[in-house]
Structure formats: structure tokens, C-alpha cells
Design a protein around this ligand. Structure first.
Ligand SMILES: NC(=O)c1ccc[n+]([C@@H]2O[C@H](COP(=O)([O-])OP(=O)(O)OC[C@H]3O[C@@H](n4cnc5c(N)ncnc54)[C@H](OP(=O)(O)O)[C@@H]3O)[C@@H](O)[C@H]2O)c1
Length: 309
């Protein structure tokens, strides 16, 4: 099975590429880089698909950023991601590709809504304003998959909605890093420099659900060949959340750093809480390890390795 993987250089894309040979040897991943294929270019995507016939698409590319980046450029986060999703999803449909898995995001869910959030809560209330543009692009991408699959029975285009992700291939130390990688970088750097304080943006009381990217990657590789069995949208989460302060403490304990935390209360914190229910996914074989400690330890080790290079 030949599969186009978009976002192959991203955190999830790298996990998919690393795990595929052992975990799904029947799949051949084709993962053009951004330099080889700019996904905002609809014509380039159509031409690439015409020249490289594939049986399925894993659409893991997106313009992703933290709260500050989203607040600074909501227009760009909306329009770039709308373009990318239209080029990839409509392009796959026009190329006659029967299967597609689109990566949504838990920010598609309403702000301050009942928790845990179920698939039925999509579009039930207003979104969190700090990343509304990005969230809208994910919602329209999911709806596009659903419309195509509803109108054309030989298309199984499905949306997985992961909670926040962390992984060994995160962009440590860069502006593009995700929260867990940013925490690991700050704590390990403080430990190695002998500093006894680390600053947390905001009160640290916001609660977040985090999932190891490898667990999601394995589920995608297993589900893709039978994507028609999945419902239109499916939450894929850890079914447990912790405060940002808790993640700092967990990582400090695992890394052996005994300093203390200070807070910059001028920084925005985003949604107060964002816990999804992944009950529905359990009927499709979703069963991640309940303890994320070993995965956090592996991610800490990955950052320590990058520091040694
Ligand atoms: N990380 C999370 O916490 C999280 C949570 C929920 C959902 N998701 C979703 O899961 C998917 C994977 O996330 P991730 O964390 O792996 O993201 P990531 O590390 O930021 O990677 C994003 C990928 O998209 C590519 N990309 C962006 N714009 C592009 C363009 N115009 N043309 C070609 N490629 C482009 C990037 O290429 P470059 O390397 O060239 O920039 C990169 O490979 C995304 O759809 C994201 O929205 C992520």
C-alpha cells in the first residue's frame, strides 16, 4: 500500500516514519518535504498526486504554532491551513484516492464546554479565541472529509482528533516546539546550568491532556488500511489530564532537578481545561499505556542526546 504522508518532517510524521518499517511493513510511506512540495500550492499537490499514484493519504501537515504565534497571525493560521487542507483533501479526492486520515486537533472543540469533550460537542458553542483561525481550518478540513465520504461511498476520509502531543522527535529548543518539549528544554537546561529557578508562563493551573506521538502513530498505521471502519471523527487521547504545573513537576522529578518554579502572570494561558473522551476510540482498538512516565522519560533522553551532539 503506497501512502502519501504530509508533514513527514514534523513530530508526528517522524514518529510515523520511524515506526512504519517494523509496525506496518505492508505500507510504503512517500513523504515529500516542503521544499519538494509546498502544500499551500493546490496545482503542485495535484501534479504530485498525478505523478505519484498512492492508495491512501495520511494528512499530518499543518501550520502549527503556540498561543503567541496564533494571536500574532490569526489570518495566516486560518488561510495557510485552509489552503493546505483543500489542496490535500480535495486533491486526494480528485485523484481518486480511496483512503485518507486527516489530523484534527482538540482546539476544534468549544471553549469552556462540558468535559470530557465528545465527538458530538463539535460546533456546539464558540471556540477559544486565541487560536480560532487554526481551529476553524481544522473544523472545515474535517467537514470536507465528511462531505466527500458522504457523497462518494468509495471514499473513506476520516478525521482523528488527537489531544496535545509530545514525542522524541519534537523541535526541542525551537519556537516550533510543543509544550512538553518546551518544559523539558527549560528544566534540563536549568539543571545543566545549575540554575535553581524555572519560569512558567501563566499560573500553570490550566489543565492539558497529553499523548505520546508514538501511540497515535501506531493507531494511524493500524487503522489506515481499514479506514472505512472508523467513524467520521474520532477522539484519540489519553483520557486523563494534568495541570501545566503538574507536567513541570513530573519532568523535574524525572530529570532529577530540585529547583523551584516562578510564574509570569502576564502571559496568556489559552483554554482553562481541555479534556476529551476517547471512549468511542476504544471500540476501535485504542488503548494507550495509562502511565505517560516512561514516554516522558524517553522524551527527556531524546533531548539530552540532542544536547550532547
Ligand atoms: N503537536 C500537537 O500537540 C498536536 C495536537 C493535536 C493535533 N496535532 C495535529 O497533528 C498533525 C501533526 O502535528 P505535529 O506536531 O507533527 O506538527 P509539526 O511538528 O509542527 O509538523 C508540521 C508539519 O507540517 C509541515 N508543513 C507545514 N506547512 C507546510 C507547507 N506549506 N507545505 C508542506 N509542509 C508543510 C511541516 O513542514 P516543515 O518541517 O517544512 O515546517 C511539518 O512537517 C498536525 O496536523 C497538527 O495540527 C498536533
Amino acid at each position: 500500500m503506497r501512502v502519501l504522508l504530509t508533514g513527514g518532517s514534523g513530530m508526528l510524521g517522524r514518529a510515523l516514519r520511524r515506526l512504519q518499517p517494523d509496525f506496518a511493513p505492508q505500507i510504503a510511506l512517500l513523504a515529500p518535504t516542503r521544499a519538494q512540495l509546498d502544500l499551500t500550492d493546490r496545482t503542485a499537490v495535484a501534479d504530485w498526486l498525478a505523478a505519484n499514484p498512492v492508495d491512501a493519504v495520511i494528512h499530518a501537515a499543518a501550520r502549527v504554532g503556540g498561543i503567541q504565534a496564533n494571536i500574532a497571525d490569526p489570518t495566516g493560521f486560518l488561510t495557510d491551513n485552509l489552503r493546505i487542507n483543500d489542496a490535500v483533501i480535495s486533491g486526494a479526492h480528485q485523484a481518486g484516492i480511496p483512503r485518507l486520515i486527516f489530523l484534527g486537533s482538540s482546539c476544534m472543540y468549544p471553549r469552556d464546554h462540558r468535559q470530557p469533550l465528545t465527538e458530538e460537542d463539535l460546533l456546539a458553542a464558540p471556540l477559544e479565541p486565541t487560536n480560532e483561525g487554526y481551529a476553524l481550518s481544522k473544523i472545515t478540513g474535517a467537514r470536507l472529509c465528511d462531505y466527500i465520504s458522504g457523497q462518494f461511498p468509495d471514499r473513506a476520509y476520516r478525521t482523528l482528533i488527537p489531544c496535545n502531543l509530545f514525542g522524541t522527535e519534537d523541535h526541542f529548543g525551537s519556537i516550533a516546539s510543543h509544550l512538553i518539549a518546551a518544559i523539558i528544554t527549560k528544566v534540563i537546561d536549568a539543571r545543566d546550568a545549575g540554575h535553581d529557578t524555572v519560569e512558567i508562563w501563566g499560573s500553570g493551573q490550566a489543565r492539558r491532556e497529553f499523548l505520546f506521538a508514538d501511540d497515535l502513530a501506531r493507531f494511524i498505521l493500524t487503522s489506515l488500511p481499514e479506514s472505512e471502519k472508523l467513524p467520521p471523527v474520532l477522539n484519540i487521547g489519553q483520557d486523563a489530564d494534568h495541570s501545566v504545573n503538574d507536567y513541570y513537576r513530573m519532568i523535574a522529578d524525572l530529570a532529577g532537578w530540585q529547583g523551584r518554579f516562578t510564574h509570569d502572570l502576564t502571559r496568556p494561558e489559552g483554554m482553562r481545561m481541555k479534556l476529551m473522551s476517547s471512549n468511542k476510540a476504544r471500540a476501535f482498538g485504542w488503548n494507550p499505556p495509562a502511565d505517560i512516565g516512561p514516554a516522558l522519560q524517553a522524551t527527556i533522553a531524546a533531548y539530552e542526546m540532542t544536547k550532547q551532539r
